[in-house]
Design a protein around this ligand. Structure first.
Ligand SMILES: Nc1ncnc2c1ncn2[C@@H]1O[C@H](COP(=O)(O)OP(=O)(O)O)[C@@H](O)[C@H]1O
Ligand SMILES: N[C@@H](CC(=O)OP(=O)(O)O)C(=O)O
Length: 418
């Protein structure tokens, strides 16, 4: 069997869903199709949950209307009729969301987030499953929350592999159908409360299913021809890489290449399942294959992380940056979920480049108790993997370099934002 994952961009409107039908028609038999919320709907649901949680009733109503209209327009284009008989399950879910939003939220934001934002994937999969069925591509809709079991760390749930294996093997048995369609990004607790795996977690869902069912391959369909040596939105002349090793791809995603969710590779590597990244805009193109062995990458790879803060701490007492100081500092970063992207230490200074996020300000206040804190929040972090001097010179032309770290494989530069 194989797993194919379709992200938001590949189902952003009716035309895209028709294109998905075309791709599915050409896939090998025995597939589990994993689908994300349509287009930017997860962002729209995030706005909805903010209004709901803060009790802004009118704004909440207007946002719900926007979300419903978005899906209605796609349905009208695909089915010509909002009340098409195949859509009853979809309308039942819309009603469930409406009922949820009429109730008062609990005090637990992350819990409420997962209960509301999960409707993005539930809606998209009901619509797409019904559309495929009416188009002669028979498939069985599976509620992933019943088979992908997690703990209750809402918004960043951890998979319970044992339970998931047992439930998935039973559910995806390929006895009654050769095509299953299910949701990315979602999970369910032991008592079937919705959870999510972290933003952009649908790639990870595909890998989990592939791992559990011993898939022959997993394919993620994207709006790019494969993995490129840079984000084409930032570096328009980026080149496609034909083949990558798991280890290299894990490094790229660790340094911030946003094309694959970082957790995706490990389950696949553990069972040596190849991952294909292919373009839904041209299904004939070969894409990129990721597997154990791969030829050396023929070009340097550029990864630019924007919205970074460069933070320097110096002990207020007479101590150096010792192991004791380091463990206290790192514990605070971990407690505040602030990710360190680059780290340098000297006798008197601890310097890091981190993502700018809300908890950063709180963390800085805690650090100030022991350290003098200086920071610059107008910076970007450029990583060049497999660098050479020529590409460094070219990329740093007209840029102000604030800090750098060079190893055998990586040249990393903290740059003033351009
Ligand atoms: N190195 C890279 N190679 C290819 N795409 C990249 C790279 N880095 C960033 N991207 C961006 O990743 C996007 C695709 O990933 P993503 O948006 O997560 O897909 P989806 O949500 O549809 O699964 C592309 O549109 C591209 O702009
Ligand atoms: N819909 C979720 C999960 C996801 O992975 O989406 P996409 O495949 O469009 O990145 C999100 O936007 O975070």
């Amino acid at each position: 069997m194989q797993v194919s994952k379709f992200g938001g961009a590949s189902v952003k409107n009716a035309e895209a869903v028709k294109n998905l039908l075309e791709i599915v028609n050409h896939l090998d038999k025995s597939q589990v199709i994993v689908v994300s919320a349509m287009g930017k709907m997860t962002n729209a649901f995030e706005t909805l949950i903010q209004y709901y949680f803060s009790g802004e009733k009118e704004e909440c109503k207007a946002q719900l209307k926007f979300i419903k209209e978005f899906h209605n327009n796609i349905i009208l284009d695909l089915f010509g009729d909002l009340q098409h008989p195949m859509l009853s399950a979809f309308w039942e879910c819309v009603r469930q969301l409406e009922v949820k939003l009429e109730q008062l939220p609990s005090m637990h934001f992350d819990y409420e987030y997962d209960q509301v934002v999960s409707f993005g994937e539930i809606f998209s999969t009901h619509i797409i499953s019904a559309f495929l069925n009416t188009s002669g591509v028979n498939n069985k809709w599976v509620d992933v929350r019943h088979v992908l079991k997690t703990d209750d760390l809402y918004r960043d749930a951890n998979v319970d592999w044992l339970m998931t294996e047992e439930l998935m093997e039973r559910t995806f048995s390929f006895t009654e159908t050769s095509l299953y369609l299910t949701q990315g990004f979602l999970g369910g607790t032991f008592s079937n409360i919705s959870t999510t795996l972290g933003r952009e977690g649908s790639d990870y869902t595909a890998a989990i299913i592939g791992y559990v069912l011993n898939a022959e391959r997993v394919t993620v369909w994207k709006d790019v021809p494969g993995i490129l040596n840079a984000d084409p939105r930032i570096f328009p002349d980026a080149q496609k890489i034909d083949s990558l090793s798991y280890a290299e791809t894990i490094e790229l995603s660790y340094y911030g290449a946003q094309v694959i969710h970082p957790k995706t590779l490990k389950p696949l590597q553990n069972k040596q399942i190849p991952l294909y990244v292919k373009s839904f805009l041209d299904r004939e193109l070969p894409g990129t294959v990721i597997r154990q062995e791969s030829p050396k990458i023929p070009v340097p790879v550029f990864i630019l992380k924007k919205d970074q803060v460069l933070l320097t701490l110096s002990p207020r007492d007479f101590s150096f940056i010792t192991e004791e100081n380091l463990s206290r500092i790192l514990a605070l970063f971990s407690q505040n979920h602030v990710r360190i992207n680059l780290l340098q230490t000297s006798a008197l200074n601890f310097t890091v480049c981190v993502d700018r996020k809300d908890s950063f300000v709180k963390m800085v206040e805690q650090l100030k108790e022991f350290y003098s804190v200086r920071y610059n929040d107008q910076v970007e972090l450029l990583t060049i993997r497999h660098y050479n001097q020529e590409v460094i010179d070219e990329k740093l032309k007209d840029r102000v370099v604030i800090d750098s770290q060079v190893t055998r494989k990586n040249a990393r530069f903290v740059l003033q934002s351009s």
